[in-house]
Design a protein around this ligand. Structure first.
Ligand code: ADP
Ligand code: MG
Length: 711
């Protein structure tokens, strides 16, 4: 889509300007806050006899030899002599002007990384200029950049930005004192220092960001994040949502829908499920939009909690929408919810991208008329065509798999209230409802530091116990050479009437390879297990094909299902008791945990086999070993999430938030917990007592990104 013309710049942007914009560097303050990745030391000259391999060195000397080597790779080779020793300079691309500057007899200053080698010291493509110029007085910053934006240009932009930007303090001094840093740096001092550190600085404390100047910057950043989340929370609490009170009083002969649902379930809720239901229902009965995350390990029973919340919504005369990230998952939810609610007289509508036009029109009509009180589906739910009559509760399963924009679109499906007030409602309805209640669900538990930072504006409900009667899944790590033993085990399970998943890895570079891999495995297993129905599921299949395969597996007609990671989330087949994950070393930890959660859902003892391969290497890499070990040692989603955060940082948990440029650039949640706690404490007080400064602080750090933190 083209942007509206009034946002087009008056003059076309030059290449570097475009690149700046791409990096989000638009205002003077943005560039001032664009801090170096590392530094180069151009403040000193060294002698070649003092350098070691791997050093970044700046040397002056005379060109004593220069030749173009034509055999093999064409290159310009220059020998530099500094009076004590010589060094070879190699250039694979070069121009006549360069050759001229490097003529024998010229005095030059070069800077680059020293490499060893049998022919002595070498530098590849060093920077060079005539000898004798002044030396830099500060370390030279190297900035994060992108194609089309040379360091030299960026340095000039930053320099100008630093001069122009308003760097006045936004954090009141009394709060700064609470950080407990020995040296207190102002924002201006910290920025000037980090852009241009004096030469005597130990590069180490700059690089590992333990320096007080870095601490100051990280504190600023974390505070901005906390403030913006707090603002979002306050804004939300000023909005109106329908208070979902039942339309009729419950009575013995006319119980409410959610009571009837509860009574008809084939099991009783766990204490944890009861507790989270109460928390959710309490929110739903407020006239303020709920913004709650329901987290619970795979298999902890979140779906029934969602169904009960939906029933409370329907009891109040409003519609509810449930959105799931994949068609398979949406199908499962639909089947389950229809199974529970249809007998109670509820019409559930169904929307996906792949459905036939005719069916789709029927569904849209049911939704618009309000006849369907519950709508289940994929992203199809948020398309413009979908008009709800009166939607008051949006449930988003596996919320981290959706983008921010998608989540916001669902929030916006609450239609203007004039036409939608439930007819029989005797309540004093507020003049306008601006937002539905939102319940997000996730099986990837959020570690404490993340809950404190990115999710600070969410209320969290946690299901911390599994339904009774589950046997923990036994996890084995087995080398792929022992595949035959695994197949024997599959045979045994099949004879006992059990079902098995075999998961093939996603091969990132190539979907085609991915597919051929799964196809081959499917053929191999079909051969090895004659008479067994072996199914195949991969991402290239049409929704209809996937549905047919899944249908056979769910009904028990298919014994073994070979699949790429499309089964990753939410699939529920209690009779499946064995899962084999091929090339387990290629999966992320939380992904492995999610996959493993597909088994152990029934009462049979279940197992998960992690088949690994070391490829050409003699053994597995460190990270892969740590991951597989964590899988063997723990079944607890929280523990696994904690280890995952340790192994690979917060990206995995954030889903779309990471692309919302809201990721912390400088602070590190595993290292900066103290600063995070400080920021949390200060944010409240600052909004209360210094609202203008708080606003200025958020604008400075997040400008237009704050919206992204709210979804
Ligand atoms: P998840 O939290 O991973 O979404 P599900 O909602 O799919 O888990 O539930 C997993 C299975 O456990 C389902 O078959 C569900 O019907 C069943 N279940 C849910 N709650 C209970 C309970 N309290 N007792 C027994 N089984 C339950
Ligand atoms: Mg689920």
């Amino acid at each position: 889509m083209n942007p509206p013309t009034n946002t087009l710049p008056a003059h076309p942007l030059t290449g570097p300007q475009k690149a700046l914009r791409k990096l989000g560097l638009e205002r003077a303050i943005d560039v001032a806050l664009h801090l170096p990745l590392r530094y180069e030391d151009e403040t000193r000259l060294v002698k070649l006899r003092d350098v070691r391999e791997g050093d970044m060195a700046q040397v002056e000397g005379t060109v004593v030899h220069s030749e173009i080597k034509l055999s093999g790779t064409r290159q310009l080779i220059v020998t530099l002599d500094d009076g004590m020793d010589t060094c070879r300079l190699r250039f694979f691309t070069f121009y006549p002007a360069m050759q001229k500057a490097l003529t024998v007899g010229n005095q030059i200053r070069v800077r680059g990384e020293i490499k060893g080698g049998y022919s002595g010291l070498t530098m590849m493509h060093p920077a060079f200029k005539p000898a004798g110029g002044e030396l830099a007085t500060t370390l030279t910053p190297v900035y994060p950049t992108t194609a089309g934006l040379p360091q030299a240009y960026l340095r000039k932009v930053v320099d100008a930005g630093l001069k122009r930007a308003d760097l006045s303090e936004t954090i009141p001094e009394e709060f700064i004192h609470e950080i407990g840093l020995k040296a207190l740096w102002s924002l201006r001092e910290a920025l000037l220092f980090l852009h241009y550190p004096p030469p005597d600085q130990t590069l180490l404390s700059l690089q590992d960001r333990s320096h007080p100047a870095w601490q100051r910057i990280k504190a600023e950043e974390l505070l901005a994040q906390q403030l913006s989340q707090l603002q979002a929370r306050r804004e939300r609490s000023g909005l109106h949502a329908p208070a979902l009170m039942p339309l009729q009083a419950s009575s013995k002969d006319k119980p409410l829908l959610h009571e009837r649902l509860l009574a008809s379930l084939p099991f009783v809720l766990t204490a944890a499920q009861r507790r989270v239901c109460e928390e959710i229902i309490c929110d739903l009965q407020q006239p303020v939009p709920m913004h709650r995350l329901l987290q619970g390990d795979v298999g902890s029973g979140k779906t029934v909690v969602a169904a009960l919340a939906a029933a409370v919504c329907m009891d109040a005369g409003w519609q509810c929408a449930l959105m799931a990230p994949t068609e398979i998952l949406a199908t499962q939810h639909f089947a389950k919810l229809v199974g529970w609610l249809h007998p109670l007289g509820i019409t559930v509508a169904w929307l996906t991208g792949s459905q036939k036009t005719k069916e789709r029109h029927e569904m849209l009509a049911l939704i618009a008329s309000g006849q369907a009180q519950l709508v289940v589906g994929t992203h199809a739910i948020i398309q413009d065509k979908v008009q709800f009559k009166n939607m008051a509760l949006a449930i988003i399963d596996e919320q981290h798999r959706f983008g921010v924009a998608q989540r916001l679109a669902l929030h916006n499906k609450l239609v203007p209230p004039e036409d939608v007030l439930p007819d029989a409602s005797g309540h004093d309805a507020p003049a306008t409802f601006q937002k539905p209640h939102v319940l997000m669900m996730t099986a990837t538990p959020i570690p404490r530091t993340l809950a404190m930072s990115y999710y600070a504006d969410l209320n969290v409900s946690t299901i911390d116990e599994l339904p009774p009667g589950r046997t923990p899944v036994m996890t084995k790590v087995i080398h792929e050479a022992r595949r035959d033993e695994v197949i024997d085990r599959i045979r045994l399970q099949l004879t006992n009437g059990r079902q098995i998943y075999w998961v093939c890895p996603l091969i990132e570079e190539s979907e085609a390879l991915d597919l051929s891999n799964a196809t081959q495995t499917h053929a191999m297993l079909s051969d090895a297990l004659p008479g067994v129905v072996v199914g195949l599921l991969h991402s290239r299949m049409s929704a209809g094909e996937k549905k047919a395969v899944m249908g056979l597996f769910v009904s028990g007609q298919m014994g073994l299902l070979v699949s790429t990671t499309v089964i990753e989330v939410g699939v529920d087949v209690p009779n499946a008791s064995l899962m084999v994950i091929e090339h387990a070393e290629r999966f992320g930890l939380s992904q492995l945990h999610q996959l493993r959660g597909r088994v152990g859902r029934g009462t049979a003892a279940s197992a998960c086999v992690l088949l690994y391969s070391t490829g050409d290497a003699p053994r597995l890499g460190q990270t892969a070993r740590e991951r597989l070990k964590a899988m063997m040692e723990s079944h607890d989603g929280f523990e696994i999430a904690r280890r995952d955060l340790e192994i690979r940082g917060p990206g995995e948990f954030m889903g779309a938030r990471q692309s919302g440029a809201s990721m912390l650039r400088f602070a590190d949640l595993t290292e900066d917990v103290t600063l995070l706690e400080w920021a949390r404490g200060v944010a409240d007080k600052m909004i209360e007592r210094f609202p203008d400064l708080a606003e200025k602080h958020v604008q400075r750090w997040l400008s237009n990104k704050a919206d992204f933190l709210k979804a």
